[in-house]
Design a protein around this ligand. Sequence first.
Ligand code: PLP
Length: 398
Amino acid sequence: MTAVVPMPVYLDNAATTPVDPDVAAAMAECLTTEGVFGNPASRSHLYGWDAEERVEQARVEVAELLNCDPRELVWTSGATESDNLAIKGVLLGPRARGRHLITSRIEHKAVIDSCRWLEKQGFEVTWLTPEANGAVTAAAVAEALRPDTALVSLMAVNNELGVFNDIEAITAVTRAAGIPLHVDAAQALAKVAIDLAAVPVELMSFSGHKIYGPKGIGVLYVRRDAGLALEPQMHGGGHERGLRSGTLATHQIVGMGRACAVAGAVLDAEISRLRDLRGRFLAGLSALDDVHLNGDAERGVPGIVNLAFGGVDGEALILALSADVACSTASACTSATIEPSHVLRGIGLTDELAHASIRFSLGRFTTAEEVDFAAGRVVETVTRLRASFAGRPRRGAL
Ligand SMILES: *Cc1c(COP(=O)(O)O)cnc(C)c1O
């Protein structure tokens, strides 16, 4: 070991990211007596007007990154809420064309469990199986469409694999059929360019804490000319044009706006920097044999690297690494269970390979030094575990 690190190297940026210092500073301006603490819905005084101005400025910052109209954005508490509002909002809404929806087996739990809940209410769900690389094809969507399909919901970038769907091709299919498309883009925002004028999806979900903004803030994009009538999931004061009641969290919203502004400024540079870091990390692992890349080397965001280490139990590896490297087996949302990830199963991995898999996710604050250190620790640890009994996969664990 050469480097001395007080905390493990953080390679779990797909689970959450630290808040950018610029973002934190902008948020801090909206909390205390001296700051913009007013209720943005207060119409009778300067405190309220100032807060409203900050909120609307943030909406413009998000809209600029997405190339959409600010009026198409609804503030939520995160991508989980955005997914719930989009999916239940359309299916339970007055203009739903039917009671059928289409999604995939490897969506985020916020989408899967919203669809499952609807299934329990008597709606019908088609669960598409992705290709082995993790992408859902436009042809698979076309085949699953029915006259009573009310919504298609597919993610832009998978949070475990980093693989992206061809949303442009899928949009062409859904548009031709006149069926709204919802895209969970929590892992795509600030990682790939999103242009909602060029790729006209109807609904898109975003989260603040995946893009160096705060936790507890998200956005749902709702295309204005799509004629959607979402059933609100939160009832109250009628904020956000009735779609999402609740006092707007000025500091969170300002944080989301600033995070988008920063992301837009550094996007291209970050994509190539992360691509280099990814290459460096994989090169650092080249001393190991029997390493399998889950997903698709050619088709993914550079920040996510999902690897199966043959003959090694992923949980045991993560534990053995935990003093030096912070990473995860799957999404943070499912890492409380020992079941292999539904995503890895969904792309057809054997339970054994799924149990041997780990996700490393690099981010804006990851350095070359950290990547080298982490790769070295992984090589050492995998080699040691392979030589011992403890690291063997749990055969028959299911
Ligand atoms: C993190 C994430 C979510 C959930 O976002 P929250 O803001 O934490 O609710 C949803 N979908 C995907 C793809 C994610 O990565």
